[in-house]
Design a protein around this ligand. Structure first.
Ligand code: ZN
Length: 242
């Protein structure tokens, strides 16, 4: 069955920073979308400045897996939209939160913590070595034991998230820090995957291993049996044997 993927990108850096537009001339969502080519996904692209902030009810309800990239405009995302996304995740929609989306309203709400981390941005970037620590997990399929992102932004521990249900990737940076860069969670019926690499001034979404991880994560977060329904109320149960 075709997986309906919506790639939501804040889309502001590409408008106001020429160096970002040079690396991602078709925006970050365009680069992510290009990396998914040939996988059979039905892909929609959405931006914060689109109508209904890119996610009208019809689009969100038809989405099996939502990808989220945001950074400088988290606060502009409407609380009602966050409510709707949370409800869809609890009902079984997959959610993949990328890079600086760790501070998005939807991620912090679903985690219940502030999701703070330590960070360092060098103009020339910094080597990130991404170790696969759960090689048998479906999201790690087809990956080498580790791969390197030559230019990355350092995201380091402590990362104030709840203990992940699955830790998939652990990054080491040339400056010495480590970071839980691939974390999987379940909330309600929905699967959530957070992936760290993806800074806007480096060409990280052109990296084939990063693209493979996103492809695998889409397949994994798509729940095969999710009904899309959540329990709206307490359920008074009668005894089964009477
Ligand atoms: Zn960044």
């Amino acid at each position: 069955m075709t997986i309906c993927v919506t790639i939501w990108n804040e889309g502001r850096h590409e408008k106001i920073h020429s160096e970002v537009a040079a690396i991602y001339p078709d925006r970050i969502d365009g680069a992510i979308s290009a990396g998914l080519a040939g996988e059979g996904f039905e892909i929609q692209r959405a931006c914060l400045d689109d109508i209904d902030q890119g996610l009208p009810t019809k689009t969100l309800d038809a989405t099996d897996v939502l990808l989220w990239w945001g950074h400088i405009a988290h606060e502009e995302v409407g609380d009602q939209l966050v409510d709707r996304i949370q409800s869809r995740v609890l009902g079984g929609m997959g959610l993949i939160v990328l890079h600086s989306g760790h501070h998005s309203k939807i991620f912090t709400r679903l985690m219940g913590t502030n999701c703070n981390l330590s960070w360092r941005e060098l103009p020339e970037g910094e080597l990130e070595r991404v170790w696969v620590v759960a090689p048998s997990h479906p999201i790690a399929e087809g990956l080498p034991p580790y791969f390197e992102v030559p230019q990355s932004e350092m995201y380091g521990e402590p990362f104030d998230i709840p203990t992940p249900d699955d830790l998939l990737f652990l990054s080491w940076f040339k400056g010495g820090e480590v970071f839980r860069s691939g974390c999987a969670f379940q909330r309600g019926r929905g699967r959530i995957f957070y992936f760290g690499p993806g800074h806007e001034t480096f060409p990280i979404y052109h990296n084939i291993h990063v693209q493979r991880i996103i492809i695998n994560a889409i397949r994994w977060t798509k729940q095969p049996h999710a009904s899309g329904r959540i329990l709206e109320n307490w359920h008074r149960a009668d005894p089964i044997h009477i």
